[in-house]
Design a protein around this ligand. Structure first.
Ligand SMILES: Nc1nc2c(ncn2[C@@H]2O[C@H](COP(=O)(O)OP(=O)(O)O)[C@@H](O)[C@H]2O)c(=O)[nH]1
Ligand SMILES: [Mg+2]
Length: 235
C-alpha cells in the first residue's frame, strides 16, 4: 500500500523549522512512502522551506484547510493519505502507527486525544472547556450518525489517515476547519471501518491557531445540522 504524508501548511515557517527535522524521511521505517506539502497560500517562506528539503508542494486555488484535503485527494497519487499539521500539536512519533491499521483493512484511522492512554492539550488544566466542547461534538456525531457502530472518541482531530477509496466514496466538500468532522460523520454513516489509537497532543510551538474557538464551534454546529439534513446515501 502506497501511503503519502500530506503536510498541511499556511504560514507555518517558524513551526516547520522546529518540527520538520523531527519527521522521518519517506521509507519503510517511516510509515509513509512519499511526502507532499499542501499549502494554502503562505507568504512567509513555508513553500520555499519545504521545497529546499525536497518536499514537493501542491498549492490551493481556494482558501481553507478543508480545501487542502480536497487538493490532496485530487492531486496526490497514492492508496492512502496521512494528514499532518507541523505546528507542534501532533506527535511525529505516531507516524509509523497508521500503516498497520490501514493494511488491516481500516478505511479511516484517527489519532485520538480523548481515548484511554491519550493526552489532550488541556489535560493539565482543571477547566477543560475546549476538550468538553470537543467531547460534546463527539457524542452528538456518534448518537446521530453512528448507531450500532463502535464509539469514535475523537471525531475532530486532524491527525488521521484515510484510504483513497474511502475518500472518494465520502464525497467530502467542507472547505474549512469542519473537514475532519464531516469526514468522520460520513464515515460513520457509510459504516466504514474506523480505527483509533491514543496520541499525546502537544502545544503549538510558534505562531497562532487559525481556528479561534467560538467561530469554529459555530461552524461545527452548522455542519452537524447540514449533515443531518442532507439526503446523501452511501451504499
Ligand atoms: N494547506 C492548508 N493548511 C492550513 C490552512 N489553514 C490552516 N492550515 C494548517 O493546518 C494546521 C492546523 O491549523 P491550526 O490553525 O493550528 O488549527 P488548530 O490546530 O485546529 O488550532 C496548521 O499546520 C496550519 O498551517 C489552509 O488553508 N491550507
Ligand atoms: Mg494546530
Amino acid at each position: 500500500m502506497k501511503i503519502a504524508l500530506c503536510i498541511l501548511t499556511r504560514n507555518e515557517l517558524e513551526c516547520l523549522k522546529i518540527i520538520f527535522p523531527q519527521l522521518p524521511k519517506p521509507g519503510p521505517q517511516a510509515g509513509f512512502d512519499e511526502w507532499v506539502g499542501i499549502d494554502g497560500g503562505s507568504t512567509d517562506g513555508t513553500v520555499e522551506f519545504l521545497q529546499a528539503q525536497g518536499v514537493p508542494v501542491v498549492g490551493q486555488s481556494r482558501r481553507g484547510r478543508g480545501d487542502a484535503f480536497l487538493q490532496a485527494f485530487s492531486k496526490v497519487d497514492c492508496d492512502a493519505y496521512i494528514f499532518f499539521s507541523p505546528d507542534g500539536n501532533e506527535d511525529p512519533k505516531d507516524l509509523p502507527k497508521f500503516r498497520a491499521h490501514l493494511e488491516a483493512g481500516h478505511d479511516l484511522v484517527i489519532a485520538s486525544r480523548m481515548m484511554k492512554g491519550a493526552w489532550n492539550e488541556e489535560d493539565s488544566e482543571w477547566f477543560k472547556w475546549r476538550k468538553w466542547a470537543n467531547n460534546a461534538f463527539n457524542w452528538l456525531a456518534n448518537r446521530m450518525f453512528g448507531k450500532r457502530m463502535a464509539y469514535v472518541t475523537d471525531a475532530i482531530n486532524g491527525y488521521r489517515a484515510i484510504t483513497r477509496t474511502a475518500a472518494q466514496k465520502l464525497q467530502l466538500d467542507s472547505l474549512d476547519y469542519t473537514i475532519e468532522y464531516q469526514m468522520t460523520i460520513r464515515a460513520l454513516r457509510a459504516r466504514l471501518a474506523i480505527a483509533e489509537f491514543p496520541t499525546h497532543e502537544g502545544e503549538r510551538v510558534a505562531g497562532e491557531t487559525g481556528a479561534p474557538s467560538l467561530p469554529t464551534g459555530i461552524r461545527f454546529v452548522k455542519k452537524l445540522w447540514s449533515e443531518w439534513t442532507s439526503r446523501l446515501e452511501f451504499k
